[in-house]
Design a protein around this ligand. Structure first.
Ligand code: PMP
Length: 407
């Protein structure tokens, strides 16, 4: 792998050879040596319905007999029409329409461009921490300095940043000081450390944005489709954003994402010629077929409700860990909702050591946020409760009580 691929990827655990995945099913992943892991990452949050769900496989098999690739923004196909209808019905958006994209970052680009077109303004309010993707537009809104620094001259300078969960007065001040096109926010911060906003904060943010004439955009790429125990994280506050970015779990394992937005705002895009934001593979037929199957499964099995119920198990089991400094020295905070939890420790090397020890015990975990000090628990929503309990037992056993730092 290192021989043929660029060195900048597959390097998460620098001193460890990276795992070579062979196959996956449900909540399990097997490597090429036959080792089995419980996937507490759900493949970056994609495998909400589990890996390689038989209904997705059947949908892909059937679709592959008819149409594998289409003509993106020029022609349509039945699965695309059906998926757009389903997404528009499902998303908590008034008078919804769908703008398909290739990735979560691409969805964020579309949302930002929509705001510019719909408001005639150029400034953006984003928060810290935040992860919105790594393409140049989205990267300007992503907060991590390591991702941004080398490309700083290319990042547009009109992004203003406030702390996630900050006092409303600060938001009001900023909105009054600049012509803000949109407020872009993760309703629950995911990759950058699993942070929940203070109750009511998102509602206030939405109100203030609208009063200032800015679009209220939520990035639900990670939190969407049941992850936090409701279909979308904004549902916890019964919010209706202007635009909602989604991806990851939508495709049931295939790459697809979308912006679901108020039709009035999306009408700001010109429709009298070639599309001015599109991509070759947009609304790929296989990905649309897999998405429809994924939505069926999420609905039939009521997986958002299941995530909420399993979240209570996690809360009961994990919250006491943060109080137990004998068994878990250096574990400073446990927080989360539904099946998205963060375990914050005192030092990045403790988080890395924990993830590595957990891997030896058969668990796949990612560390992110707060300089890599937050271990994420984001299993498939179909994980069996016995499997979850067993994984948490192993996670406790893997805890590194002593801390070796290279510094
Ligand atoms: N937004 C959020 C909230 C995300 O978690 C991610 C991916 N981790 C993205 C955007 C970017 O999505 P993608 O990697 O598909 O470009």
């Amino acid at each position: 792998m290192r021989r043929y691929e660029a060195p900048a990827i597959n390097t998460l655990y620098y001193d460890q050879p990276s795992l070579v995945w062979d196959r996956a099913l449900g909540s399990n992943v097997w490597d090429v040596d036959g080792n089995r892991y419980v996937d507490l990452t759900a493949g970056f949050g994609v495998a909400a319905i589990g890996h390689r769900h038989p209904q997705v496989v059947a949908a892909l098999t059937a679709q592959s007999q008819e149409l594998i690739h289409g003509l993106g923004d020029v022609h349509s196909h039945p699965q695309r029409i059906e998926l757009a209808r389903r997404l528009a019905d499902l998303a908590p958006i008034e008078n919804a329409a769908v703008y398909f994209s290739i990735s979560g970052s691409d969805a964020v680009e579309i949302a930002l461009k929509t705001a510019v077109l719909a408001t005639g303004r150029a400034h953006v309010l984003a928060f810290s921490p935040a992860y919105h993707g790594l393409t140049l537009g989205a990267l300007a809104a992503t907060s991590r300095p390591r991702f941004q620094a080398p490309f700083q001259p290319h990042l547009h300078s009109l992004v203003h940043r406030l702390p996630f969960g900050c006092p409303p007065a600060e938001i009001e001040r900023l909105l009054a000081a600049h012509p803000i096109a949109c407020v872009l926010v993760e309703p629950i911060v995911g990759r950058e450390g699993v942070l929940l906003p203070p109750p009511g904060w998102l509602t206030t943010l939405a109100d203030l944005s609208r009063r200032a004439g800015a679009l209220f955009i939520v990035d639900e790429v990670f939190t969407g489709f049941g992850r936090t125990g409701s279909w979308f994280a904004v549902d916890h506050e019964e919010l209706r954003p202007d635009l909602l970015c989604c991806g990851k779990a939508l495709g049931g394992g295939l790459p697809i994402a979308a912006v679901v937005g108020n039709r009035g705002h999306l009408q700001a895009w010109p429709d009298d010629g070639e599309a001015i934001h599109t991509a070759t593979f947009v609304a790929n037929p296989l990905a649309c077929a897999a998405s429809i199957a994924a939505l069926d499964i999420l609905q039939e099995q009521q997986l958002p409700q299941r995530a909420a119920a399993l979240g209570t198990i996690i809360a009961e089991r994990l919250l006491p860990w943060a109080e137990d400094s004998t068994a878990f020295p250096g574990l400073t905070q446990v927080r989360g909702r539904g099946l998205l939890w963060g375990l914050e420790v005192d030092h990045p090397s403790r988080a890395a050591a924990w993830a590595q020890a957990a891997m030896k015990l058969g668990l796949l975990l990612l560390a992110g946020g707060a300089e890599g000090r937050v271990l994420q628990i984001a299993p498939p929503l179909v994980i069996r409760s016995a499997q979850l309990h067993d994984a948490l037992d192993r996670l406790a056993r893997a805890y590194p009580r002593s801390l070796k730092t290279s510094a």
